[in-house]
Design a binder for this molecule. Structure first.
Ligand SMILES: Nc1ncnc2c1ncn2[C@@H]1O[C@H](COP(=O)(O)OP(=O)(O)OP(=O)(O)O)[C@@H](O)[C@H]1O
Ligand SMILES: Nc1ncnc2c1ncn2[C@@H]1O[C@H](COP(=O)(O)OP(=O)(O)OP(=O)(O)O)[C@@H](O)[C@H]1O
Ligand SMILES: [Mg+2]
Ligand SMILES: [Mg+2]
Lengths: 265, 265
């Protein structure tokens, strides 16, 4: 099973949109995909047409009240989701004194890893305990990045403070696979400048021993496209909602590129 | 002193951009403004050209290590900021067992309230202890809202669970003044539909006793404008960066509209 966390503590950069549509795109190509919603706002759950719920949810898994098998919900052919709910917002504080709190999710997924080909985890816009649980449960990280200055600001912090520490102390397998450029507006200078900055940052890390030394910017760029913002209100992936729009073409190309890589299994 | 928290737990909807440019717009019109950065990512700090710092920061205030007077930093004529830093991310857990943790910020601001005409607080994309501290320290809430479906999803939760509870238990003065429509793309149906939904939601609350019974959508709409995303990289407000662009016109109109309201003082 290939396991990927979709992370960026910057808000509104397309984490949920990428998780939902990448999961749907890979499932449509015949692989079995599990998507886990680790955001208390439960946007991935809503985006894939499911209802947020407390019982049999990712919160219930973290609170040791149910197993992954109980919590998984089939939403399409080859696509299952573990829904979220608002009680997840309390997990950060509730887990403070729990021994091994960082690996609860990893241990819950482990017995079912053989049932799926891909695991995708959507994270909230923070670097707290929920995001750390995602980072210990996967081998790969994808970082959605809107090519804006403020979005670039946090990249160093995400890599140096959080990913490096988790890789060093808990999950040595962890590495950053790539950056997904989202909401790309080709007609702005800002996008071009930020992309140059990001590419040279990762090229400078090649050959070092940090967890992002092999990371690169995915060739498939996700352009700004209002249809991507419309689809969630119908609980549909972009492929179901508007299969010939730019959003569907871009996420299909991303799915194809991701699947053609020999990711860490 | 008029005191306003800029809140929406949905990520990337323009909270920081609104706080920075509204603060600059009001200061330019001759009022003394204090802006507080309650986001560990310190984007408001960066946006107004200051450096994130641990000493004499909002974190130091919450940890009772300095006063507001020590932490404030003048960034322009009539405009002071209390900077943030990454240690603020630990405050949620560090404050768990502190008595009266919700009112630390309120009590730190109180002695200096007469020095300023406006207080604006930028909040992180969550409804945790930092946001609660902001809600107990102010009389008014502005909610920036990107007219997208996912952005609309969380509005009920913000109002019913967080604002209503803080108003009932800790801060009876608290009320929602208005919704700032941000990143508005007039050429999309989605924007029009969401705006209709939001307006009818608030009209239905008129005459009830909830904290948002007088809330309305501000007439000044902030259009999507790439200059607003460029300005932060220079540490400039939109008025300093590109005074004749749509972003500057829209935020100037918002500042004027805000100042013409009688607001709770
Ligand atoms: N390529 C795109 N073009 C246009 N709109 C988009 C695109 N990708 C995402 N959106 C919209 O932008 C908003 C932000 O995207 P999304 O919610 O996926 O970001 P996020 O990083 O998951 O946010 P959060 O930090 O709140 O979890 C949503 O309303 C979404 O529908
Ligand atoms: N009207 C606008 N037009 C174009 N870009 C904008 C506009 N307002 C904000 N932006 C850009 O969109 C991104 C998100 O805005 P901003 O950071 O202010 O949102 P936020 O709600 O504070 O995010 P967070 O939830 O991470 O704190 C930033 O890169 C910002 O520069
Ligand atoms: Mg999300
Ligand atoms: Mg912000």
């Amino acid at each position: 099973m290939r396991s990927i966390a979709i992370i960026n503590q910057k808000g509104g950069v397309g984490k949920t949109t990428t998780t939902a549509n990448l999961a749907a795109g890979i499932a449509a190509r015949g692989k079995r995909v599990l998507a886990i919603d680790l955001d208390p706002q439960a946007h991935l759950t809503i985006n894939l047409g499911a209802e947020p719920r407390s019982e049999n949810s990712v919160y219930a898994i973290l609170a040791d009240r149910c197993t992954l098998k109980d919590a998984q919900l089939k939403v399409r052919k080859n696509l299952w989701i573990v829904p979220s709910s608002i009680d997840l917002a309390g997990a950060e504080v509730e887990l403070v004194n729990v021994v091994g709190r960082e690996v609860i999710l990893r241990d819950a997924i482990e017995p079912f890893a053989s049932k799926f080909d891909y695991l995708l985890i959507d994270c909230p816009p923070s670097l707290g305990m929920l995001t750390v649980n995602a980072l210990t449960a996967v081998n790969e990280v994808f970082i959605p990045l809107q090519p804006h200055f403020l979005a670039l600001q946090g990249l160093g912090k995400l890599l140096d403070d959080t990913i490096r520490l988790v890789a060093k102390r808990i999950n040595p397998q962890l590495s950053v696979t790539g950056i997904v450029l989202t909401m790309y507006e080709g007609n702005t200078n800002l996008a071009g400048e930020v992309v140059e900055d990001v590419k040279s940052f990762f090229e400078a890390a090649r050959g070092t021993d940090c967890p992002w030394s092999n990371a690169r910017v995915f060739d498939a760029i996700i352009r700004r496209n209002i249809k991507l913002a419309e689809a969630p209100s119908f609980g549909l992936s972009i492929f179901d909602y508007e299969p010939r729009c730019n959003g569907a073409l871009d996420y299909a190309r991303l799915a194809k590129e991701v699947m053609s890589q020999m990711g860490a299994s």
